[in-house]
Design a protein around this ligand. Structure first.
Ligand code: ATP
Ligand code: MG
Length: 239
């Protein structure tokens, strides 16, 4: 019998990845997929290797073994700028905006990755109205939550094929966390593909499609968020 299956497109396919800082092995045999249009969450306690995983995808960490494919193209040996130009947007933990530059200059820098063409998309101001009000303010003078919004907006300026967010809720007040959640859901509706590192389980429950749990540099659980045993997962990531 012929069964018609809709083709599933995998944007990011990571297999058997190892990552090192010097001689220390941090990631062991990590396999993780992100399907197009999905929001995938990587959960885990402090220090288990979540940020190292995102850095590995960006080419910022030594990864001698394994495979990282972006839209079926092997990128493990490609430099960071290649990966950014190929469509990976990255918002590091702690935001990493340029504190002495204005909000507008920070957003323009986001565009530089693709040659600065086209100007700042107006859609960014719809997503983050607060940024429009503060275009001339220095990035370092924004609140933590506003800096997080600026960092996400900067990464979105070039319409990435894959957006990596490292703990977007860390140290941010609840009202801004809700705003960021709403933005992520809107991006999902628009078809964006997003990989979020989080420790705040409640935040991702209403947002993510798939989850992975990391412990000591290895994936120890994975599945659909809709079928997640919350108590079990909370126990696995509790500090
Ligand atoms: P958190 O939830 O606290 O952000 P994490 O899961 O993101 O933690 P990583 O930042 O990936 O954890 O760190 C994983 C391990 O690698 C930790 O033991 C950390 O101390 C170590 N590590 C991180 N960065 C470096 C570095 N530049 N050099 C050496 N070791 C590092
Ligand atoms: Mg981290």
């Amino acid at each position: 019998m012929f069964i018609w299956e809709e083709a599933v497109k995998i944007v990011l396919e990571v297999n058997n990845l190892e990552a090192y800082y010097g001689e220390s092995v941090i990631l062991k045999n990590v396999c993780l997929n992100v399907q197009q249009g999905h929001i995938v969450c990587l959960l885990g306690r402090n220090g288990v290797g979540k940020s190292t995983f995102l850095k590995s995808v960006m080419g910022l960490v030594h990864t001698p073994c394994g495979s990282i494919c972006l839209n079926n193209e092997e990128i493990i040996d490609k430099p960071t700028y290649f990966r950014a130009r190929a469509g990976i947007g990255y918002v590091p933990q702690g935001r990493d905006i340029f504190p002495h530059m204005t909000v507008e200059e920070n957003l323009q820098l986001g565009l530089e990755i693709k040659g600065g063409r086209g100007g700042i998309p107006q859609e960014l101001y719809e997503l983050f109205p607060v940024l429009k009000e503060m275009l001339t303010r220095k990035g370092g003078d924004l609140s933590g939550g506003q800096q997080q919004q600026l960092a996400i907006a900067r990464a979105l300026a070039v319409h990435p094929k894959l957006l990596l967010l490292d703990e977007p809720t860390e140290g941010i007040q609840p009202s801004i966390i809700k705003d960021i959640g709403r933005v992520i859901l809107r991006l999902k509706k628009e078809g964006y593909t997003i990989l979020i590192v989080e420790q705040y389980l409640e935040f991702i429950l209403g947002i993510a499609d798939d989850y992975y749990v990391m412990d000591k540099g290895a994936i120890i659980a994975q599945g659909l968020v809709s079928a997640m045993n919350k108590e079990d997962i909370q126990h696995k990531i509790a500090i």
